[in-house]
Design a protein around this ligand. Structure first.
Ligand code: CDP
Ligand code: CDP
Length: 243
């Protein structure tokens, strides 16, 4: 297989990484890997098995869960866990609140890192890239978003982006998303969502293993005042300048 053009997108929660990554992948015909969804899926599987990841005594059980979880991305919008569509189940606030304990488990990170690198090479099905034509050549690639993609998972990615946005704007975006999904059943306010995001940011920025960090060679994109289309166009332009 010819070499894939790999785009690493990192940044804090609700900054616009996955929306941008998905639309970019669609435009370029690239594969898409949502690494956050993988941590979410492991958190969900722990809950389904009544395993509390905060209990140190459960460390081995959490590792076993990660080892045996089959996570796939059959389409840009779908996440499958052991053959089940969990796309909606993994996005609840409950999962977001409990995920940091799973994300700071080094054994889980190691297992998922392995899978993420294989996915980026197209070695795991579901991330196939059809690519696009450029200067008479077919360019194939993959977009992966998360917290440590440009620093740990794909340190030699062809393009690295670090997406940022003001925390209040991020909270409002996540709130709107939850409201759309849960309607009147939503009990949280924008302030609650902002507090949760800040707590998760802090855990992500300060954890010892694979913290959220801008790679030295990453390009910062602040999306506070950008539309989704502008975000996607900005990165697409960077890709076209490099192929
Ligand atoms: O969508 P949002 O940015 O809120 O979160 P996400 O990308 O789905 O990631 C959820 C959580 O998984 C993050 O807060 C991190 O704790 C963890 N994560 C990680 O540690 N490393 C990654 N590469 C991706 C996510
Ligand atoms: O993946 P991450 O957690 O960084 O963020 P996301 O899930 O892609 O984006 C969070 C929400 O912000 C989504 O509902 C997007 O539609 C919305 N949004 C955005 O990403 N960019 C804008 N300029 C405006 C809204």
């Amino acid at each position: 297989m010819s070499k894939l053009f790999r785009i690493a997108i990192d940044g804090p929660g609700a900054s616009g990484k996955s929306t941008t990554a998905k639309q970019l992948a669609k435009k370029l015909g690239f594969g898409y890997i949502d690494s956050g969804a993988m941590f979410r899926a492991i958190t969900l599987k722990c809950q389904q098995n009544n395993i509390d990841p905060s209990d140190i005594a459960n460390k081995d059980k959490v590792t076993e869960i990660a080892n045996n979880a089959e996570i796939r991305f059959p389409t840009l919008d779908q996440v499958e866990l052991d053959g089940q569509n969990v796309s909606e189940l993994i996005r609840t606030s409950n999962i977001s609140r409990n995920i940091s304990l799973v994300a700071s488990n080094w054994a889980v990170r190691d297992i998922l890192a392995n899978q993420q690198r294989k996915m980026a090479k197209g070695e795991i099905p579901g991330t196939i890239s059809t690519g696009f034509e450029r200067h008479g050549k077919l360019v194939k690639g993959v977009v992966m978003d998360g917290r440590d993609i440009g620093t740990v998972i794909l340190p030699d990615a062809e393009l690295k982006i670090f997406i940022e946005a003001d925390v209040r704007i991020r909270a409002q975006r996540r709130f709107d998303e939850l409201k759309k999904r849960e309607g009147d059943a939503l009990t949280e306010t924008v302030d609650d969502v902002e507090r949760d995001l800040e707590a998760r940011d802090l855990a992500d920025y300060t954890r010892k293993i694979a913290p959220l960090l801008k790679a030295k060679d990453a390009i910062t994109l602040n999306t506070s005042h950008l539309s989704i289309e502008e975000q996607v166009d900005a990165i697409e332009k960077m890709v076209l300048e490099r192929v």
